[in-house]
Design a protein around this ligand. Structure first.
Ligand code: GTP
Ligand code: MG
Length: 454
């Protein structure tokens, strides 16, 4: 039987000799020092135990050391921003630590168990999420009330203001997605004023009754789902377009399911109503069979019969979108630290890396230093959907930004950080972590090879 020395195995497993000896003791295996040898099948058991430990518990196993840390109770449903305040840490820093730990979440995200663990680890505390309905004694309630009041007095009140809705058009092939977007863009007042030429930056801004609506330019659900797969949900409202001459088709159902899964409100546009063979009632029946009952039939799905070609009722469709937006109370804190998401990015020969982003909180300004998941940069210039150079971008609005060091991926989130060093450090950490993960994979592979040879 082949043997392996403790120190060799410890090195391979990337743990201390001391810890390895303790693990072996727990397993009832005799090993005196790092020079002792053990059977390789025992080594394999140790390796597996460690791996399972890591995968399954991911932190729980550190219960013993945890007791020494400060336990901080946070209410269920607390946001990262809130927890940062409780910890007395800048929210940027908390978000940055989370990025480094592999959580790309906005400051407005609710802290779940995993995020709580990651924050706890980063700041050497234990965050305990307290269910809101939990029985609390009057004494405790009073204490909590006093504390939150004290904190409320310290922090300036948040100014939540309405923000434009972000809309994605989805539907079956040839049902008129592009035609509808083109018509809306063409008749957009702002575009006319600026000379009528809209620039392709990945999203367009339309004004209807002097209210803005943002349309994502990539119709179809691939973009929608791939963004969501990365944890970035930018769409507030889905327009499900169905051609009245063709009816509900496979991709209509797919799009519907994606929107439902994402819990995004749907407005149905029954298109090509100008065609002689248009059968809008048949479309309504088909949609009703799928659970989308039109309002006129007593349901709650808004359906508008339009012609993307002639523009018939497109105004009404925009009206309905604004109505749904209002009902959903879309708001943002315009004064928060800017954060958002990449919807498109590429390398431009002349301009370097360019990314179209949508701001989700705060106001993004030229000169801001942004930290993305895989890169960072100082915003050198920003261009809006009309090709104008702009100085700031408010929530929901898109802009193409220049000045990044690398091309980020669509769906990547970003936050503004205080200085270049902070951004550089975070990215260095990220790259280092990636390197380590790759190394770990190599190590794992070589260890497996070693076992195989025995
Ligand atoms: P894909 O991008 O291929 O999925 O298609 P799409 O959904 O973007 O459809 P598109 O806008 O390209 O329209 C398909 C065809 O339908 C084009 O020939 C349009 O001119 C035509 N079309 C779109 N809307 C209308 C409409 O309201 N009325 C009529 N008569 N034709 C329309
Ligand atoms: Mg198209």
């Amino acid at each position: 039987k082949r043997k392996i020395r403790i120190y060799e195995l410890a090195k391979m497993l990337n743990i201390e000799n001391k810890n390895l000896l303790e693990i072996l003791q727990d397993l009832g295996v005799e090993a005196k020092s790092h020079m002792s040898s053990i059977d390789t099948d025992i080594a394999q058991i140790v390796e597996e135990t460690l791996r399972e430990d890591k995968e399954a518990k991911h932190g729980d196993s550190k219960e013993a050391t945890v007791t020494a840390k400060e336990v901080i109770r946070i209410d269920e449903g607390s946001t990262i921003e809130r927890v940062a305040k409780i910890l007395g840490k800048p929210v940027n820093l908390v978000v940055k630590e989370l990025i480094t730990a592999g959580f790309m979440v906005p400051a407005s995200a609710i802290v779940n168990d995993e995020i709580a663990k990651a924050i706890g680890k980063a700041f050497n505390v234990v965050l305990s999420i307290v269910p809101v309905e939990a029985e609390v004694s009057d004494e405790e309630k009073k204490e909590v009330a006093i504390q939150s009041e004290r904190k409320r007095q310290q922090e300036p009140p948040k100014k939540l203001l309405p923000r434009p809705p972000i809309v994605t058009v989805m539907g079956h092939v040839d049902h008129g997605k592009t035609t509808l977007l083109d018509y809306i863009r063409k008749t957009n007042v702002t575009a006319k004023e600026a000379g009528g030429i809209t620039q392709h930056i990945g999203a367009s801004v339309v004004e209807h009754n002097s209210k803005k609506i943002v349309f994502l330019d990539t119709p179809g659900h691939e973009a929608f789902t791939s963004m969501r797969a990365r944890g970035a949900q930018v769409t507030d409202i889905v327009i499900l377009i169905v051609a009245a001459d063709d009816g509900v088709m496979p991709q209509t159902v797919e799009a519907l399911n994606h929107a439902k899964a994402a819990n995004v409100p749907i407005v149905v546009a029954i298109n090509k109503i100008d065609k002689p063979n248009a059968k809008p009632d048949r479309v309504k029946q088909q949609l009703a069979d799928l659970g989308l009952i039109p309002e006129e039939w007593g349901g709650d799905t808004i359906m508008v019969e339009i012609s993307a070609k002639t523009g018939l009722n497109v105004d009404e469709l925009l009206e309905m979108i604004l109505l749904v937006a209002e009902m959903n109370e879309l708001v943002a804190d315009y004064e928060a630290n800017p954060e958002g998401v990449v919807i498109e990015a590429q390398l431009d020969k002349g301009k370097g890396p360019v990314a179209t982003v949508i701001v989700q909180q705060g106001t993004l300004r030229r000169g801001d230093i942004l930290l993305f998941e895989t890169t960072w940069g100082r915003v050198r210039a920003m261009i809006d959907h009309l090709g104008r150079n702009i100085k700031e971008v408010t929530p929901s609005l898109p802009a193409e930004i220049l000045g990044l060091n690398e091309v980020p991926q669509a769906g990547e989130r970003f936050v503004r950080v205080e200085d270049e060093k902070e951004a550089r450090d975070a990215i260095d950490k990220y790259l280092e972590k990636k390197r380590q993960q790759e190394m770990q994979a190599v190590k794992r592979a070589s260890l497996e090879e070693l076992f195989e040879q025995m």
